[in-house]
Every structure is written in C-alpha cells, then in structure tokens.
Design a protein around this ligand. Structure first.
Ligand SMILES: [Zn+2]
Length: 110
C-alpha cells in the first residue's frame, strides 16, 4: 500500500546549520542536534535550559555557499567571519529568530 508512506512522519534532521548551539555563537554547524540538546539538559542551569532549547534550532533560510563555508571553518574558534558574512547572518537571524531572542550581538544574555 503505497499511500501509507505519506502517513509516516518525516524523520527529523539531526545535523545542519543551527542558531544558538552555543551561547557565544550565533550560528554553528551542529553534527548532532539531539546529542547537543541532551548535553544542554544535563549540564546547564535550570534557568538556562528552557531558553537555550527554545532558541537552538535549524536555520531555515538560505545563506550563500561562501558564508556557510566560513561558518563551518570557524566552528570551535571565536568568530573570525568577515563583516559581509556577519551582516548576511545577522539579517537572516533577525528574520528567523524571535524578537525576544537574548542574543546581544556577541552572546546570549540569560
Ligand atoms: Zn536568536
């Protein structure tokens, strides 16, 4: 029965570019979203957990290939993105994230 396939829930993506994976990074390539969510739940303070989880989500819109490459490269380092890339990312963040987002331009303020 082929029609049955449509009823199956689409598997959630567990990897990709995400907003607010870490409180000091606006955008990060996350290789294990479920795992990172688990770490947040286990290691962060009760006050931070719900806020971190609320804003940690997949980037939906498009960023240029060049920009995505730069984001991937600066993963564990503090930001070394060019101003043009930063502007591109910030514009998309403003579109996709809540206006209550605690990001102050450099980190999340809890
Ligand atoms: Zn945000």
């Amino acid at each position: 029965m082929r029609w049955f396939r449509f009823l199956r829930k689409k598997k959630k993506k567990n990897e990709g570019f995400c907003w607010h994976v870490y409180h000091t990074n606006l955008i990060t390539y996350c290789e294990n979203i479920k795992g990172r969510r688990g770490i947040i739940k286990e290691t962060k303070s009760n006050y931070e957990i719900p806020r971190r989880l609320r804003y940690f989500k997949l980037v939906e819109g498009d960023l240029s290939e060049d920009c995505l490459k730069a984001v991937k490269e600066c993963r564990w380092r503090s930001y070394t993105l060019s101003t043009a890339h930063q502007k591109e990312i910030e514009a998309l963040h403003e579109k996709e994230c809540s206006r209550f987002c605690p990001w102050n331009g450099k980190k999340m303020v809890f």
